[in-house]
Design a binder for this molecule. Structure first.
Ligand code: ZN
Ligand code: ZN
Length: 319
């Protein structure tokens, strides 16, 4: 998968307990040919199968916090990965206590590949060739983190037509220009990268809040993200309940999106009391126009367009 392209699939969008409509929170992100799993609510592995996805390229699991609705799917998935043929190491990151929880849950099971269980500190959790993941402490009833996935910036596009016009032969010279080096042609002319390479493009930025009350640190971390997926457990009429339980309303999610000037907001982690979510969407859109509802097995495809714009497509998986 090339740079500037990501798939985000909602495996479950509910909260606390599952329902016939919504499974428990779990999101699969595909970026630079790798998968990241954000939270792993009970049954997430069934949702992966239902969605027709193959997760053998799973690079890491990132757990926001240790409430059961976000982690009870993990022991089962970790065992299944081995049975599906995984042999290389898998990194699993989350707050303090994750290691103890998983070791206890897996004590009588068999995970036949190396597992690296890491306890998150604020800051960079994962640093890969094409992207990094940063953990941001948020405000919930227990230690909890948001995750900010930041793709590294992409080189500008090489203009083949211009290169032909300038008489640059298909040779290592073209690669040198892409890498930012001026070159000298056999006839003595000098060509600079600016002559044939467009401006660098911004890598994608995807933010997942996990469970949180309104949180200034998250607003800052989500600044100008392409996609923010935010806790929207309640409607405003239940604002007090949202505060008491460490969650956000849809309107508060929209306020975060507006302050952070993100491109897209997807509401997430709905209370089971709402069978119809249109009220949450109306509340959010009054504050932030580009608010949308996540739903189980919805996939968002994000493509960098130009230097900093975004092209979006949506598909529903699992028939
Ligand atoms: Zn939750
Ligand atoms: Zn929680």
């Amino acid at each position: 998968m090339t740079g500037g392209l990501a798939d985000v699939t909602f495996l479950g969008t509910g909260s606390a307990v599952p329902s016939a409509r919504r499974w428990l929170p779990s999101i699969l992100v595909r970026l630079r040919g790798e998968y990241l799993l954000l939270d792993c609510g009970e049954g997430a592995q069934y949702r992966v199968l239902r969605a027709g996805l193959r997760v053998n390229k799973l690079a890491a699991v990132l757990v926001t916090h240790l409430h059961g609705d976000h982690v009870y799917g993990l022991p089962g998935l970790l065992e299944s990965l081995g049975m599906w043929g995984r042999s290389r190491c898998l990194e699993v990151w989350g707050p303090r206590g994750l290691k103890e929880y998983l070791e206890a849950a897996l004590a009588r099971g068999e995970v036949e590949y190396p597992l690296k269980i890491g306890e998150v500190e604020p800051g960079v959790v994962l640093s890969r060739e094409g992207y990094e993941v940063v953990a941001v402490p948020v405000e919930h009833k227990v230690e909890a983190y948001a995750y900010v996935i930041v793709e590294r910036d992409l080189p500008g596009k090489f203009n083949e037509r211009k290169a032909e016009e300038l008489g640059i032969p298909p040779s290592p010279l073209r690669r040198m220009l892409i890498q930012g080096l001026p070159i000298k042609l056999p006839d003595g002319r000098i060509v600079t990268p600016q002559d044939v390479v467009g401006p660098p493009r911004k890598g994608l930025k995807i933010v997942y809040s996990g469970d949180t009350m309104p949180c200034e640190a998250l607003v800052e971390a989500a600044s100008r993200a392409d996609l923010l997926i935010h806790d929207a457990t309640f409607a405003s009429e239940h604002e007090e309940e949202a505060e008491a339980s460490g969650h956000s309303t849809a309107a508060e999610a929209a306020e975060c999106a507006a302050k952070a000037r993100v491109k897209l907001l997807f509401l997430f982690h709905y209370s089971n009391r709402y069978s119809d979510l249109s009220g949450l969407l109306v509340e959010a859109r009054k504050i932030f126009r580009r608010s949308y509802l996540s739903e189980d097995l919805l996939r968002i495809t994000l493509r960098r367009w130009g230097t900093d714009s975004l092209m979006v497509s949506l598909s529903k998986l699992g028939g």
